[in-house]
Design a protein around this ligand. Structure first.
Ligand SMILES: [Zn+2]
Length: 276
């Protein structure tokens, strides 16, 4: 009953109690803890880096924040989104299964929290505009709860670097994830940031990226042979590809374009660190 818990905690002002719903994972060798707002973002934005980290023996894990089941009846807007995503009987179950298979291709361990996607969190986000508007003020407890559970997971890792979305595109769940991670930056955890794809490649995305990274330094991760594996992993999120890219072919060309920014000869991904 994640929704009830989140709502109650939200009103009480205390951090929300959030549970891990994936099978138990051994994080003792994990040196990269990559946060994914939804069941696809980590592969979309840094799937090549994940495959490279796995090949280096760094045992990356992908922690998806909004992997919880909806609670109660769906709003009209949630039903509209389900229809776009193929409308299986258990949509979140199907998306977790996509995530499990995609991350297996990349060599990363999936971890899922029971936070419901924003479209299931009451009537806060029931239009396309609110999906990309400000985070509802009464979700502060949810942000605190996410920060607490991420930090608890981090303590089980090999002092992993936390990799989190910049929040380009301003999807509320990406903003929520970023806000939780900013609490961990304040607590002294080592954090770097990835560019939210495909939002960064849409009109206005590059301007947002430049503003958000103005005081940061980029590290270029050459993903070479892993670009094809990244594309294969993204294709595994079959419920999402048509909405995001129109088709698998559209996805493939968009991912390839993103891997070769201005002047790049080899495919790569950028991670952003606070400047020294
Ligand atoms: Zn997302």
């Amino acid at each position: 009953m994640a929704n009830d818990r989140v709502e109650r905690a939200g009103h009480a002002g205390a951090p929300a109690q959030i549970s891990i719903v994936s099978p138990a994972a051994d994080l003792a060798r994990c040196r990269w803890l990559v946060l994914s707002p939804h069941l696809d973002d980590a592969a979309l934005s840094c799937g090549g880096a994940l495959a490279l980290f796995a090949a280096m023996g760094d045992a990356p894990a992908v922690l998806t924040i909004c992997a919880g089941q909806p609670v109660g009846p769906l709003t009209d807007f949630a039903r509209f989104q389900h229809a776009r995503w193929g409308d299986p009987a258990d949509l979140v179950g199907a998306r977790r299964d996509e995530d499990r298979r995609a991350l297996a291709l990349l060599g990363a361990t999936p971890i899922w929290l029971d936070v419901p996607d924003c479209i299931y969190r009451g009537d806060r986000y029931t239009t396309e505009a609110t999906l990309f508007g400000p985070v509802a003020p009464d979700e502060a407890a949810l942000i605190a709860g996410i920060a607490a559970v991420v930090d608890a997971l981090w303590r089980a890792t090999a002092r992993a670097t936390i990799v989190a979305p910049l929040g380009i595109g301003r999807h509320v769940d990406h903003q929520l994830t970023r806000a939780a991670v900013e609490r961990l930056v304040a607590a002294g955890r080592r954090v770097c940031w990835y560019e939210d794809f495909p939002y960064v490649a849409r009109p206005g995305g590059e301007t947002q990226q430049r503003a958000l990274t103005a005081t940061m330094a980029a590290t270029w991760i050459a993903i070479g042979e892993y670009l094809d594996r990244k594309i294969e992993a993204i294709a595994t999120y079959a419920s999402q590809v048509p909405t995001l890219f129109g088709s698998t072919e559209g996805m493939t060309s968009a991912v390839r374009r993103f891997a070769y920014p201005l002047g790049a000869r080899l495919p790569g991904e950028r991670l952003w660190y606070p400047a020294e």
